[in-house]
Design a protein around this ligand. Structure first.
Ligand code: GLU
Length: 503
């Protein structure tokens, strides 16, 4: 058997370190067995998927040096590798299940399903789909579908008993069928859900080992059942432990930066980040802390992955990155890498318009624009307090701006300006006052080059991290304030931006 593994990111946001971690283990396993590593883009959620996110994910994985053998950018024998280009394949498979009697059409409207859920909750039951679509005869369902009535296709699920799935690291796991929903396979718009597309593609793309995060364990019964309905052999499953924050909670961007772009912008070396991810749940036989991708490949053993939640600790990553810089970069390589990181024409030229009119000598460049090339500024708390704003005002402003910018994906100067300006009136500040704490949070001082241009140049990762850093520094909002402000924020006219409330 030729091993084939895959990473299947959904392009709905920033390239996540968790994606790189799972990609790394899939990559090592495939390479080690002389197999192939496939990159597939799972973009069936058309409302949330973007081409920009896909491009960033590919770019981030490439930067890390995790090369794939087949993918949307390079093609391959089993493409297309973007699910949005495979709609017909999923539809045909959903219809096959309908014809076999393993799936059914459901015409319930979203409102009807909402009422059903509310009634279940009122009766003290766990809300779940009650199988109402099954009461329709096949002939009637076909007739209604023929008339073009909107509906979804759901899979049938056994009403009782236990589903036993097998996981390479965990052994057998029993999940009662009562906990498994009659999953929607094909949505009313004709697009598949994750479950159908994922199973069909893993099969058609010849994937032999599904190595993914443990958050997908609960999906495995549905997947196993789909393999059975189709009469296909299921790939071996291996669920990797989830990365955690130092407080053991699931790694989340509220507590730690999770975007690979952040680590890249902060000046980490890709080999150090990859090395650190390789230590998440796995270690070298000699427990060496520093190792290259080639060394990891030579010793990797999927069966030795430990299940305890590996902690992604930035302090440890810093230490490791320092070692890589000191031990592996000679002067030439160091200079090359720094130039590649930020000191190159491409990065410097856009800075020129921000500083040219403000300096008389080149020696003023670093004091004025150094913040564009630094990490998180050391703040002086007093610097935030402005003639018209006390500390609470500053926290409130930074929090609202932070929420507003979380939802902004087009990081253009004018969009940034419009997003922040739109907050001034509802929050009751003049724009001039509102931007004062932003200058301090982002540029480290109240006098700096134009704020919005600087934010555009710094990019979303560093700006968001600096806002979060300033909020933490100022003691952040209390729980009560957060609740109250979230309500206020949700009530704001979202303008051309999606509201962050539901995120
Ligand atoms: N699209 C899923 C994700 O975003 C893939 C999960 C899987 O590997 O099956 O993680």
């Amino acid at each position: 058997m030729t091993v084939r593994t895959r990473i299947a990111p959904s392009p709905t946001g920033d390239p996540h370190v968790g994606t790189a971690y799972v990609a790394l283990f899939n990559y090592c396993f495939a390479r080690q067995h002389g197999g192939s590593f496939v990159l597939r883009i799972e973009d069936t959620d058309s409302a949330r998927s973007t081409a920009a996110s896909e491009a960033m994910i590919l770019d981030a994985l490439r930067w890390l040096g995790l090369a794939w053998d087949e993918g949307p950018d390079i093609g391959g024998a089993r493409g297309p590798y973007r699910q949005s280009e495979r709609a017909e394949i999923y539809r045909a498979h959903a219809e096959q299940l309908l014809a076999q009697g393993d799936a059914f059409r459901c015409f319930a409207t979203p409102e009807e399903l909402e009422t059903m859920r509310r009634e279940q909750v009122a009766r003290g039951e766990t809300p779940r789909y009650d199988g109402r679509g099954l009461r329709l005869s096949a002939a009637e369902a076909e007739a209604r579908a023929g008339r073009g009535e909107p509906h979804v296709i759901r899979m049938k699920v056994p009403g009782e008993g236990v589903c036993r799935i097998s996981d390479r690291l965990r052994g057998e796991i029993d999940i009662p069928w009562a906990q498994v929903d009659m999953q929607v396979l094909l949505k009313a718009d004709g697009m598949p859900t994750y479950h159908l597309a994922n199973v069909v593609d893993d099969h058609l793309m010849g994937i032999t080992h599904v190595i993914r995060g443990e958050e997908w364990i609960n999906s495995a019964p549905k997947h196993q059942l789909l393999y059975r309905y189709f009469g296909w052999t299921m790939p071996e499953l291996c669920h990797l432990p989830l990365l955690r924050n130092p407080d053991q909670s699931k790694l989340s961007k509220r507590k730690n930066p999770t975007s690979i772009n952040y680590y890249r912008a902060m000046g980490y070396l890709p080999e150090a980040l990859l090395n650190y991810l390789g230590r998440m749940g796995w270690s070298m036989p000699d427990e060496a802390e520093k190792f290259s991708l080639a060394e990891m490949l030579a010793h990797f053993d999927l069966d030795k992955v430990r299940l305890g939640g590996p902690v992604f600790d930035i302090g440890k990553l810093d230490w490791l990155n320092g070692r890589w810089i000191r031990e592996d970069l000679d002067e030439r390589a160091f200079a090359d890498r720094v130039a590649e990181w930020a000191f190159n024409r491409q990065r410097l030229e856009p800075v020129v318009p921000l500083i040219k009119e403000r300096i008389e000598k080149f020696t003023e460049i670093v004091p004025l624009a150094g913040f564009l090339f630094s990490g998180l500024p050391a703040h002086d708390e007093d610097a935030f307090v402005h003639r018209k704003l006390d500390k609470e005002d500053c926290v409130r402003i930074l929090q609202f701006v932070s929420w507003r910018l979380d939802a902004l994906d087009d990081w253009h100067r004018d969009r940034l300006f419009a997003a922040v300006e739109a907050l001034a009136e509802p929050l009751g500040y003049k724009l001039r006052d509102l931007t004062a704490p932003l200058y301090v949070a982002i540029a480290g001082s109240p006098s700096a080059p134009p704020l919005f241009d600087a934010m555009a140049l710094l990019g979303p990762d560093l700006v968001r991290a600096r806002l979060r850093h300033a909020l933490v520094h100022l003691g952040g909002p209390s729980k009560k304030q957060t609740k109250q402000w979230q309500k206020e924020f949700a009530a704001l006219d979202p303008g051309p931006w999606p509201s962050v409330g539901g995120k």
